[in-house]
Design a protein around this ligand. Structure first.
Ligand code: DGL
Length: 266
């Protein structure tokens, strides 16, 4: 592993791939002077189909790298990694703050009028004990319909945000939420806001969609003491840097992003 000879204070951000850019965008809005490093673990995406052990091992290796580069705060811009790894990360680095990304059950409970909430997430998040506990703690008697959504992240990683195939997959995953008559739905994966219009179209205009990135960035603001450093953004990937560069230019509209390679193997 390559280590910067003189690491500087940074905020490290990671996701299995491009989903965490939805969180990164908010972080840049709310902490415009921070030095940020974003790691996309593209070679191992999607995490949602992986075992808890694999997700934990990847999260550990990535955090070790981010810390070696100077991270003094780590944002887990991934619901799946938060569900399966945040406790292990905090146990291993007890003095380093980790901010997780988790579906906002409390805001959904406040928003619902009919008491029925939908939650769209990756299969691994949907199956996690941490999500079950979160719902038990905060649902307050409301019904929460949890739907694991295999396949969605693969489309988004490939740059497909609008194909007929993706639309029908989205519609299929939304069917149980429609059948339950939810009036509020949580996007429980950081990739999902990138196709928000598709979820809205499948669920209908009366269903309120809730996202979490703004709240995650607000938590980072609480924990971060801004320095006089000049802002910086380093983007790294365990996959193909050229492919990620193209994705960023095409989907996010950033020009000539600097994307470096980070060796994937554990
Ligand atoms: N974006 C991630 C999440 O919030 C992971 C998606 C995946 O890799 O399956 O869960």
């Amino acid at each position: 592993m390559q280590t910067d000879p003189s690491p500087r204070r940074e905020i490290g951000v990671f996701d299995s791939g491009v989903g965490g850019f939805t969180v990164l965008h908010e972080l840049r809005e709310q902490l415009p002077t921070a030095r940020l490093r974003y790691l996309a673990d593209t070679a191992y995406a999607p995490y949602g189909n992986r075992s808890p052990d694999e997700i934990r091992a990847r999260s550990m290796a990535i955090s070790e790298h981010l810390i070696a580069q100077g991270a003094e705060l780590i944002i887990i811009a991934c619901n799946t990694a938060t569900a399966h790894a945040i406790e292990a990360l905090r146990a291993r680095w007890p003095t380093l703050p980790f901010v997780g990304t988790e579906p906002g059950i409390k805001p959904a409970v406040a928003a619902t009028r009919n008491g029925r909430i939908g939650l769209l997430a990756t299969p691994a998040t949907a199956a996690s004990a941490r999500l079950r506990a979160l719902i038990e703690r905060h649902a307050n008697g409301r019904e929460v319909v949890v739907q694991g959504c295999p396949g969605i992240v693969d489309h988004i990683e490939a740059g497909d945000l609008d194909s007929a195939e993706l639309r029908s997959l989205v519609a299929r995953h939304c069917e149980p939420l429609r059948a339950a008559g939810v009036d509020t739905a949580l996007l429980g994966c950081t990739h999902y806001p990138l196709i928000e219009p598709l979820w809205q179209a499948a669920l209908g205009p009366d269903v309120k969609l809730l996202r979490i990135e703004t709240a995650v960035a607000r938590r980072a603001v609480d924990l971060w003491t801004p320095a006089s450093d000049s802002p910086a953004l380093h983007i790294e990937t365990s996959g193909d840097p050229a492919a990620l560069r193209t994705w960023i230019e095409r989907v996010l509209g950033w020009r000539e992003p600097d994307v470096r390679s980070w060796p994937a193997a554990l």
